[in-house]
Design a binder for this molecule. Structure first.
Ligand code: NI
Length: 136
C-alpha cells in the first residue's frame, strides 16, 4: 500500500468574458470569434486534482478541507461573478477555457506545489473542457 493516489475536488463559479485580440482590427476579431466578441457569461466548473502517497494515518492524499479553502481563497473568490477580461491576469491574454486553466494552474501551483498539483480541468459548459498540467 505505497502507491500514488489522485484526488479531485470540484468547484463552480460564474464569470463573464468576451474573446478579443487587442492588436487585431475589429473586423478581424469579428471574423475569427464571431458572436464570442460580445460579453456573455458561463457557469464554469473547475476540477482540481492533487496527487501523492496516501498518508497512512489520515488515509488521504491531501487534507480535502485544506484543498477546498485554498481553491476558494485563491481562485473562486477572485473569479466568481467577475469580468475575466478586466482581471490583470488576462491582460493581453484572451480568457478562453485554455487560458483560464493555465491561469488557475499558476495561482494554485504557488500554494500546492508542483509535486502535489497534478491537473486543473475547467469546464465552460457540459460540452467543453480543457485539462492543463503545467507541462512545457
Ligand atoms: Ni464564452
Amino acid at each position: 500500500m505505497s502507491g500514488i493516489a489522485y484526488s479531485s475536488r470540484r468547484f463552480t463559479f460564474a464569470a463573464a468574458h468576451r474573446y478579443w485580440v487587442d492588436r487585431w482590427p475589429a473586423a478581424e476579431n469579428e471574423r475569427f470569434f464571431g458572436r464570442l466578441t460580445v460579453p456573455h457569461g458561463h457557469n464554469y466548473a473547475l476540477e482540481v486534482t492533487v496527487r501523492g502517497p496516501i498518508d497512512p494515518e489520515t488515509g488521504m492524499v491531501i487534507n480535502l478541507t485544506e484543498l477546498k479553502a485554498i481553491v476558494n481563497d485563491t481562485v473562486i473568490e477572485r473569479f466568481d461573478h467577475a469580468d475575466l477580461n478586466a482581471d490583470a491576469l488576462f491582460r493581453g491574454r484572451v480568457p478562453t477555457t485554455e487560458n483560464i486553466a493555465t491561469v488557475v494552474w499558476d495561482l494554485l501551483v504557488e500554494k500546492l506545489g508542483a509535486e502535489r498539483l497534478w491537473q486543473v480541468r475547467v469546464w465552460e459548459d457540459e460540452t467543453l473542457f480543457v485539462d492543463y498540467r503545467g507541462e512545457a
